[in-house]
Design a binder for this molecule. Structure first.
Ligand SMILES: [Fe+2]
Length: 252
């Protein structure tokens, strides 16, 4: 599949995954203001001995079926050991997304596009979204693994992995597998800003190979925005409701 093709909801519905680009601009002031958020991430405090260096922030957003995006309070994140053999069975509390990132128009546009695509594939629902801003960093003498847990699914219903950018790095090949099957169903090294993989996390698994620096004198990094989709059955049970809209953050 050509990376310049738009993402297609039909691919997610038929195959369980789609690869393509979001139809949004990736230059100009709005884009640069948005991507500056990746220079303002903080080291992941839960890495232990993993062969990985990454900075991150995390936020939660309620995506109502009428299109409203409601920012949620709280940045606790939990996966079982069954789901995440490297970092599971611990409550991880990440630093929140900054107001500057939340109020970026590109941020809400990316969420709206992603939610629209998943709703087209899965049927309109209310979704609780987990939004991860992640920078994986390789030093000149040491590679870094974007996904130290290896081949995995993340324990959600859908996952959208958006490439934001790459800086002096090679590697970082994404592989998509059908659960229970050995063979790689799709592999791609995403290079274009807002190139993305959207996966049914219940039927597919994914892995990402390590990144290394492009030359031996400077660090390299790979920036992604990962969006987890979890169906909300009962809006009254969602923690951290703000009853405000990302489009009207002065209320927040
Ligand atoms: Fe993952």
């Amino acid at each position: 599949m050509d990376s310049s093709e738009d993402l297609r909801a039909g691919d997610v519905a038929r195959h369980g995954w789609a690869h393509g680009r979001l139809p949004l601009p990736t230059e100009g002031d709005d884009w640069h203001r948005f991507t500056a958020a990746w220079d303002d991430l903080v080291p992941d405090a839960y890495l232990g001995p993993a062969r990985c260096r990454r900075n991150r922030r995390y936020g939660r957003v309620l995506a109502h079926r009428d299109g409203t995006l409601e920012p949620l309070l709280g940045t606790e994140f939990f996966q079982s050991k069954q789901i995440n053999r490297a970092f599971g069975d611990q409550l991880r509390v990440f630093e929140p997304l900054t107001d500057k990132a939340l109020t970026s128009c590109r941020f809400s546009e990316i969420l709206q596009e992603s939610v629209g695509l998943v709703n087209e594939a899965a049927g309109d629902r209310d979704w609780e979204l987990g939004v991860h801003f992640i920078r994986v960093i390789a030093e000149p003498d040491e590679g870094s693994e974007p996904a130290p847990e290896g081949r995995h699914s993340d324990g959600h219903e859908y996952v959208a992995i958006h490439l934001i950018g790459r800086h002096h790095c090679v590697g970082g090949e994404s592989q998509v597998f059908r659960r229970g099957e050995e063979r790689v169903e799709h592999s791609v090294t995403m290079t274009e800003p807002l190139e993305a993989l959207v996966l049914s996390d219940t039927t597919m698994e994914h892995a990402v190979s390590e990144i290394r620096t492009e030359d031996r004198s400077v660090p390299g990094w790979r920036d992604t925005m990962i969006v987890d989709f979890n169906t909300v059955q009962d809006l009254t049970e969602v923690n951290g409701r703000t009853h405000s809209s990302l489009q009207a953050l002065s209320l927040f």
